[in-house]
Design a binder for this molecule. Sequence first.
Ligand SMILES: [Zn+2]
Ligand SMILES: [Zn+2]
Length: 244
Amino acid sequence: MLKRFRADLHIHTCLSPCASLDMTPKRIIQQAKQKGLDIIAISDHNSAENIPAALSVSEEITVLPAMEITTSEEAHIIALMPEVNSINELQRIVYSSLPEIEQTKRFYSEQVIVDENDFVKGFNRRLLINATEFSTKELIEIIHELGGLAVACHIDREVFSILTQLGFIPPELKFDALEISFRTSPQDALMEYQQYRHYPWIRSSDAHTLNDIGKVYTEFVIKEPTFEEIKLAFKGQGTRQIKI
Ligand SMILES: [Zn+2]
Ligand SMILES: [Zn+2]
């Protein structure tokens, strides 16, 4: 028996230098509930250090561990991971190519690591907005080896998308899905990106503030709100559906 679940699979916390400081995991979950979301992904830039807090306050909402990684071509891709061990391993790999640099506060706000009660645990001192040294192809392979799903972020955005960085999506890049941002309606996207219709499409908020959570979302028609079911939906298994 399939059911409809609302998912916003691209949300930043206060760990991302460009996100609002009140984007704590606890408040994000509260807001997601108010917006009627069933599934969210916490996807900070090149880091997963606020995932543990998000998972411990998730309650009835499904929280997928995720990360928005900047490839060496400066394209953003989201890794959706099945559980904590695999996101931690991905973080270890990503950190190996992100040198620890003292942040220049003039340009970026603090990258705050918090616990489930909004208490500050520490600050991440890597320049998380940096590009990693991994190419898009390499990163997709790493994500797949760890059991995750790779999504090309905001393909309609004018910066940091696979289309702006490469000009097209090379067929050898095995993306599991493409993400359309709030900037483009599904109707316009259908006309604009017709040649990529063979990929599953999702729509996510890329929220950096509480108000933006759930601004746009994806509806999954699946058995239950789990990573495995989303994976099966991406692969077009059975009568599962993805609606944007
Ligand atoms: Zn991005
Ligand atoms: Zn983002």
